[in-house]
Ligand binder design. Structure first.
Ligand code: DLL
Length: 432
């Protein structure tokens, strides 16, 4: 079993907690002294840095929300001078004003270190050739994984997203062994390879995929692995925390979050009380090493659960289990909560349909109507009976997963928009 920093990755959990306590105490003083935003927030809460003596006092600290970053746009929460910032990234701002994140050189180093540990934990080394097909630019995916890959000394192929035929050719010609992109883009990649007459399984050296930036299911993992002959690993992060940060290890049983860098809490969203291991709640993160834009108890907006038991790989850091989706991705149909990921997990079990789908919501009279548009892999007109059977089988499975009737509509192959980054899964035509 290979480690990047064995002394940290396998540290005794008690020592890790002690390290977190010390870092938290320092961090609270750091943000109080340097960020007018945090000073004001702490003063409003009647909190002084001296009140935080250990990690047990975390509950006394106020939360930070995405809205705070928007309100202080572009850099009102930064703790360093602009001249100490060596890079900016910015979120796309689909749900409001964009947010800008700044990094010092040390922030970039810590970010790359986090990914170097993750990449090593899935068996990548300096011998590998890693194709980074996440978007480069303001989005953190491309540059994040790029620097992680360079840190472990791997050969990095910065294809960014798009121009898929060229990506397939380069993958083959340069003996690429690993690819990083969204799971929806990789599904498209496989389809495009098929169309180009290239078998990823037989004609390339690809063995590992690092997929994240959007929710995906265990069933999609299985389907990807079977079709392409690779091992598919989950990776999580958000732009506010740096970008992609944590990957699964070879065990594929959750993503190791590095406790010397971040403090994760899972809270009941109504009571704000911590939830036990395994229970799904709201993810709240405190950055323990960030300099330019440290965040205290940042409400990420994701629903998640943790497993704090020691992993079979020997790493002692907690694992973030597969995410269900953001609380704001959740759609409410006839009063029932639905995550697009649940629909995906049903569809990918049917080899007759492609993993690309679109949920269309409409209002018919007083009632919400949910249609799932999906493409048949092979649409032959003499198989009408089979289609009806398949449609009703998928509808039954959707019903037992969602507790809701959703109509399945087969659409012409290639008509669901393919995504080069995060997939858009919902078209909501309801008028409220
Ligand atoms: O998506 C950073 C990233 C890049 C992560 C590349 C992984 C790979 P944002 O654009 O700020 O940053 O979006 C962050 O994406 O809060 C989750 O809702 C979602 N997300 C990210 N990774 C996963 C994952 C990047 N593995 C938001 N599973 C997060 C489910 C994920 N959702």
């Amino acid at each position: 079993m290979a480690y990047w920093k064995p002394e940290i990755e396998t540290m005794d959990p008690k020592d890790l907690r002690q390290m977190q306590s010390e870092k938290l105490v320092k961090l609270v003083k750091y943000v109080y002294d340097r960020s007018p935003f945090y000073k004001k927030r702490f003063d409003e809460f009647g909190i002084k840095p001296e009140d935080i003596k250990s990690i047990d006092d975390i509950g006394k600290l106020p939360f930070t929300r995405k809205q705070d970053l928007r309100d202080t746009y572009p850099n009102g929460m930064f703790c360093v001078k602009n001249t100490d910032v060596v890079r900016y990234h910015a979120s796309s701002g689909t749900t409001g004003k964009p947010t800008v994140v700044g990094y010092t050189q040390n922030d970039l180093d810590v970010w790359a270190e986090s990914l170097a540990r993750g990449m090593t934990s899935i068996g990548l080394t300096s011998e590998d050739i890693i194709q980074v097909s996440y978007g480069y630019g303001l989005f953190t995916g491309g540059l994040g994984l790029h620097y992680g890959s360079e840190k472990i000394g791997a050969t990095t192929l910065p294809t960014s997203s798009g121009n898929t035929d060229r990506q397939i050719a380069l993958m083959k010609d340069l003996d690429v062994t690993a690819i990083c992109c969204t799971p929806s883009y990789f599904s498209y990649f496989l389809e495009a390879a098929d169309q180009a007459g290239c078998s990823i399984k037989d004609e390339t050296k690809l063995k590992i995929g690092i997929f994240g930036a959007e929710p995906w299911s265990e069933s999609l993992r299985k389907r990807i692995e079977e079709r392409s002959g690779i091992k598919a690993y989950d990776v999580f992060g958000t732009s506010e925390l740096s970008g992609p940060l944590f990957t699964e290890c070879e065990m594929q049983e959750g993503m190791h979050i590095w406790s010397d860098m971040f403090l994760f809490e899972i809270l009941d969203s109504e009571t704000n009380e911590p939830l036990p291991d395994g229970e799904v709640g709201e993810l709240v993160v405190t950055t323990l090493m960030k300099e330019a834009l440290p965040l205290i108890r940042f409400r990420v907006g994701d629903l998640a659960s943790l497993d704090t038991s020691v992993c079979k790989c020997g790493r002692t850091h907690p694992r973030l289990m597969r995410l269900k989706g953001r609380s704001d991705d959740m759609i409410i149909v006839r009063g029932i909560n639905v995550f697009p990921g649940q629909v995906e997990s049903v569809l990918v079990k049917f080899s007759e349909v492609s993993p690309h789908f679109m949920i269309v919501l409409e209002r018919k009279g007083e009632l919400d109507n949910m249609t799932v548009q999906v493409e048949l892999v092979d649409m032959a007109s003499d198989k009408l009976d089979d289609y009806y059977k398949l449609k009703s089988k998928i509808e039954q499975d959707l019903k037992s997963t969602l507790y809701l009737h959703a109509e399945v509509e087969f659409v012409t192959p290639g008509t669901i928009p393919r995504s080069e980054g995060k997939a858009k899964r919902v078209t909501d035509k309801r008028q409220f």
